[in-house]
Unconditional design. Structure first.
Length: 429
């Protein structure tokens, strides 16, 4: 008897998601009247609407104290067009706007999962995405923190799908919009330059310019220039426009964090040695991908693996990579799993993929709860804790390497997979 297991698994996951979203996840949102990270976006657009400078941290703090919601606010350091995405919150108080953003986050997640289902077709994909939705803890983390990652991820993945499915203008426009919300998706545009996908490149650039002009309705030209002249250049040194979160804070999953531990700087800025070494590593990783991905347009399976590799670079190269950023890894994990299911990668890859996903899906509070007991494991307790702290960075690098290897597994340029050798093909009949 045929068992419609995909529908059953998907239905169970949908039910579990509703329970989680309206239960423990909602509790964290409903009790956070201070708006968590969303407060930065909220007060930035409020200050901008009053004619102020959204990149002035003191102005954001004055606005929050006037509302009696919180004493300080993290600085706003996103591109000016991002303010357009929260302009709807102008007539709302912080608490109502934060809860509304949480509700919108579920729609952004749905858009992300739908994009993934289009990028990787297959009967097994929908139930797999359902399992991801209820087990991958960076998803609730970005939701209850009020972060923007799911919106940017959805735009970027639909953009990649559009370009790979002969809709280059639409795809380029979507990624261009994503890059104007957070700068990291611009790496995808650089990838298109290597692939000579000029329609997508020009669509992305045109969208960025159009959104910059549109955002003049919120911030003036001098304020926009300040972002590109003062705020953006500071990212390379770890100076996120006055952000007071220490780089070495526990569970920062980035390569610069590892370098910061070897060559410590100040709490919120990398040392010269760490910056120099980080620049070399960045140049090497991006250069290796550029060399491997250069030339003509590859087969679709090859191209999705390339995009997944770039997504991992977008995560691990910036100075700060926290749990809520890791929602991007849904794409690389699905690409790697698809390669195993389709036979393009050996099943032995599961011994890498499964533990990596288990680590990434582990709740940070659970991981931190193990530390007191592990610290007693003399003489290796402290070293074991350090390894656990950095495990999510290591597993992100592992899945990135897997996608890079997969990106080389099909022949570029002709839209077909590399054929099996004759002896192997005859022996498999």
């Amino acid at each position: 008897m045929h068992w419609p297991w995909p529908r059953i698994v998907l239905a169970c996951c949908a039910g579990a998601y509703v329970v989680l979203a309206t239960g423990p996840w909602w509790d964290k949102v409903s009790k956070a009247s201070h708006g968590r990270d969303f407060a930065s976006y909220y007060y930035a657009v409020q200050v901008a609407a009053d004619g102020g400078d959204p990149y002035d941290k003191r102005a954001l703090g004055r606005a929050s104290r006037a509302d009696r919601t919180r004493k300080t606010v993290h600085p706003y350091f996103y591109p000016p067009p991002y303010l357009l995405t929260v302009a709807w919150a102008l007539p709302l108080d912080l608490e109502t706007a934060f809860r509304s953003w949480y509700a919108l986050g579920h729609l952004f997640l749905l858009a992300t999962l739908l994009a993934l289902s289009k990028l990787v077709p297959g009967r097994w994909v929908a139930p797999t995405l359902g399992v991801f939705a209820v087990t991958f803890t960076p998803i609730p983390d970005t939701l209850w923190m009020g972060q923007a990652n799911l919106l940017v991820t959805a735009l970027s993945l639909w953009g990649v799908w559009g370009v790979l499915n002969k809709r280059p203008v639409l795809g380029g426009a979507l990624v261009g919009a994503a890059a104007m919300l957070k700068m990291s998706p611009a790496l995808l545009v650089a990838w298109w330059v290597l692939q000579r996908r000029w329609h997508a490149v020009f669509a992305a650039i045109g969208t960025a310019i159009a959104l910059s002009f549109l955002s003049l309705s919120v911030v003036d030209l001098s304020t926009q220039a300040r972002f590109y002249r003062e705020v953006l250049p500071g990212f390379a040194s770890g100076n996120y426009h006055g952000l007071t979160v220490p780089i070495g804070l526990m569970h920062n999953h980035s390569i610069p964090n590892l370098l910061h531990q070897v060559w410590p700087g100040t709490e919120t800025a990398l040392s010269e040695s760490a910056r120099f070494t980080g620049a070399l590593i960045t140049a090497f990783l991006i250069g290796a991908c550029a060399w491997a991905f250069r030339g003509c347009r590859p087969a679709t399976t090859n191209a999705t693996a390339q995009a997944a590799t770039i997504v991992v670079l977008m995560l691990v190269l910036p100075t700060y990579t926290y749990e809520h950023h890791m929602v991007w890894l849904l794409f690389p994990y699905l690409i790697a799993l698809d390669a195993i299911v389709s036979g393009r990668a050996h099943r032995y890859w599961l011994f890498v993929l499964a533990p990596a996903y288990a680590v990434q899906a582990l709740q940070l509070t659970t991981l931190k709860g193990w530390y007191p007991s592990i610290r007693k494991w003399e003489p290796w307790g402290d070293q074991m804790i350090w390894f656990l702290r950095e495990t999510k960075c290591f597993t992100a690098l592992a899945i990135g390497l897997a996608c890079f290897v997969l990106s080389r597994s099909t022949r570029a340029g002709d839209g077909t997979a590399e054929p099996l050798p004759r002896a192997h093909a005859e022996g498999s009949r």
